[in-house]
Ligand binder design. Structure first.
Ligand code: ADP
Length: 435
């Protein structure tokens, strides 16, 4: 931007209207008195007096002529200095891009954010010349024509794609003529974060509906079969009922996971403060998963300390967290035959102490490209495999949210073919200085 936008202003550059009127009146009055005296005492002829009067009128018009030639004519509205500085401060201080225009759409004032958004903006030039988007131009034209507030959405593609909302608001600013002068205030609002959240919400609803519809379709298919062709087939009925049970369990689990996720999200800003001993808690989860481990022919090795390891946490959520990690190890890493669950205290790169619970399996592992996306809702490396295991695609997302609430972090390491290690790390309270 060539001119400095923060210093852009609408200072009146010429005499104000009342000042000029006063000056002209003084010239006319003084001239007329002098002329009258000259006629009475000096014996001016009528023709000479008319000529002198013409000169006096011309002299009285000089300030008005000066105003026309002055560049201040471009300012169009003669704001009083006090109001000018208030308007200037307001526009400059607006947190989002703002441009003040006169009634014809000429730029009077704009702030730094607006200069970044539309680098071609120039004071005293029509804003339409500086704005590229057809939506902005249409809204501005409409506002100029109707004097009514206008709103427009458009996509700004340079330097990065942003969803922007423009609001054009008609304003009545006090003018030097004692009345008001209509102006237009354009404000630009970045709607990209909102839009992203909206897209995520729509994706989430679509995914959740799809996940629920799949088992539901299977259930109603089997019901139809049992009512029709397999009505009297006891063997088929037995088999179908087994599948229906599994599908119903999957639906229940999905609803359960969705509810847990929204509960954790709702309380995300409140850090749990109850003191929880992680050792018995992790052991409780391992004990609960022993039947699954047996079924999958996997041994769980627990490497837990004998002494309590306390953290500030929510025990229900922590149970859910470890259950998800260990269950994943048993389901997806079953081929490795063992899962190691360890608890230890370590120090981060920045020297902060943390408590770590690691779940290591020796299964197929996960390819590197999937690692950053594993905690996204409904993300699976292999959808078929996950469904076959009764998975919902929400487990690791829930783990991440629970850890966020505990101000902890999740680390995932994997070498394909050699298994995977999921580590939940919880920060330890910093010792009081001097203690
Ligand atoms: P799901 O309900 O499908 O298990 P998760 O969010 O718990 O959902 O896991 C997401 C995906 O991450 C799983 O579908 C699976 O592909 C992959 N995954 C999770 N844990 C492991 C593991 N220990 N080994 C290999 N892949 C895993």
């Amino acid at each position: 931007m060539a001119n400095n936008p923060s210093s852009t202003s609408i200072e009146p550059r010429s005499e104000s209207w009342p000042d000029r009127l006063r000056r002209s009146a003084i010239v006319l009055l003084g001239g007329s008195i002098g002329l009258a005296a000259a006629v009475i005492f000096g014996g001016l002829t009528f023709g000479q007096a008319a000529l002198v009067l013409l000169c006096i009128v011309a002299a009285a018009l000089v300030p008005w002529k000066l105003r026309q030639d002055s560049p201040a004519a471009e300012d169009l509205i003669g704001l009083r200095p006090a109001e000018t500085s208030v308007v200037q401060a307001l526009v400059s201080g607006m947190p989002e891009a703002a441009v003040l225009l006169d009634r014809a759409g000429r730029v009077l004032q704009f702030n730094l954010a607006a200069a970044q958004l539309a680098p071609a903006l120039r004071k005293n030039e029509l804003a339409l010349f500086a704005l590229r988007s057809p939506e902005i131009i249409a809204a501005l034209r409409q506002a100029i024509a109707t004097r009514e507030a206008q709103r427009a959405m458009y996509v700004d593609r340079v330097p990065v794609e942003r969803w922007m909302e423009l609001i054009v608001t008609p304003l009545a600013l006090p003018s030097a003529f004692g009345g008001t002068e209509s102006c237009l205030l354009m404000t630009f609002h970045d709607q990209t974060p909102l839009r992203r959240v909206e897209e995520m919400r729509a994706d989430f609803v679509a995914n959740a509906s799809h996940e629920l519809r799949t088992p539901l379709a299977a259930l109603s298919g089997f019901i139809d079969t049992l009512q029709g062709p397999a009505k009297d087939d006891a063997k088929a009925r037995e088999r179908f009922l087994g599948i229906m049970h599994a599908q119903a369990t999957r639906m229940a689990r999905l609803i359960d996971d969705l509810l847990s996720l929204s509960r954790v999200e709702l309380s995300a800003h409140v850090r749990p403060d109850a003191q929880v001993d992680l050792v018995p808690l992790v052991r409780q989860v391992i004990d609960g998963l022993e039947p699954l481990a047996k079924e999958r022919h996997v041994t769980i090795e627990a490497q837990l300390p004998d002494t309590p390891v306390m953290i500030a946490g929510d025990s229900e959520e922590l149970l859910r967290l470890f259950e998800n990690l260990i269950e994943n190890g048993l389901k997806y890493g079953a081929s490795g035959g063992r899962v190691i669950v360890s608890l230890n205290e370590a120090s981060t790169g920045e020297g902060n102490a943390e408590t770590r619970v690691s779940v290591r399996d020796f299964g197929p592992g996960i390819a590197t490209e999937h690692l950053p996306r594993l905690t996204e809702r409904f993300y699976r490396v292999d959808v078929g495999d996950s469904r076959a295991q009764g998975g919902t695609g929400l487990g690791l997302s829930l783990v991440k949210h629970i850890l966020n609430r505990h101000r902890g972090r999740l680390a995932i390491e994997s070498v394909p073919g050699q298994g995977a290690t999921f580590t939940a790390a919880f920060p330890q309270p910093k010792p009081l200085s001097g203690a």
